[in-house]
Design a protein around this ligand. Sequence first.
Ligand code: SF4
Ligand code: SF4
Length: 201
Amino acid sequence: MKLPKIRELIEAITALIKGPYTSKFPTVAHEPHPNFRGKPKFDDKKCVGCLACEEVCPPGAIAHEDITDGGEWPKRKMIHYSDTCIFCGQCQAACIAEHEGIKQSNEWELSFFDRKKEGQEAIEKELQLCEICASPIACKDHLKWISEKLGELTYSSPTLYLSRLKNLGIIDENIISAMKDNGRSDRVKILCARCRRQTTL
Ligand code: SF4
Ligand code: SF4
């Protein structure tokens, strides 16, 4: 009869005392490693709706929808689809909001019955519309983010400085909309690139 080696004997005794190495899932909930890269989640307070994450997402698991008709305010819906996400972390790496607008969580249990209901998560950000043609320019938080980065250079762009003044509560919508003359005063409005070009010309 062959005798067990000392190492195997020690391992057998340790296993008898400590129990099996395999986890007891599903009886006991699984605790992922702290560095585990699971389902990415948007943070609606930190995300500025810039779409950088959508641009870099390899499988197209992030999409957006601009809703400008109906509802209280025009909004951009940022959507994440868990069923196509490959958990690569590119969205978090590219996020301009200090990598906190979208962050990978340790959520790993992603099986679901209803793909449309459970397979996607969305946040909403308020959009700034052009004051002439009403097309979306950017999210209000994104314009604020740009003007904070530019500092005093913000004042070279009426769209940026008017958005900033609105944010600070110094001007309101009525003052701007009262100045409708299809002329010089149109230049002092929050405009999309096309309307800015047309009014300038
Ligand atoms: S983790 Fe990768 S695949 Fe998933 S949403 Fe982010 S960029 Fe797209
Ligand atoms: S702020 Fe970050 S999470 Fe939000 S849209 Fe931009 S890149 Fe995506």
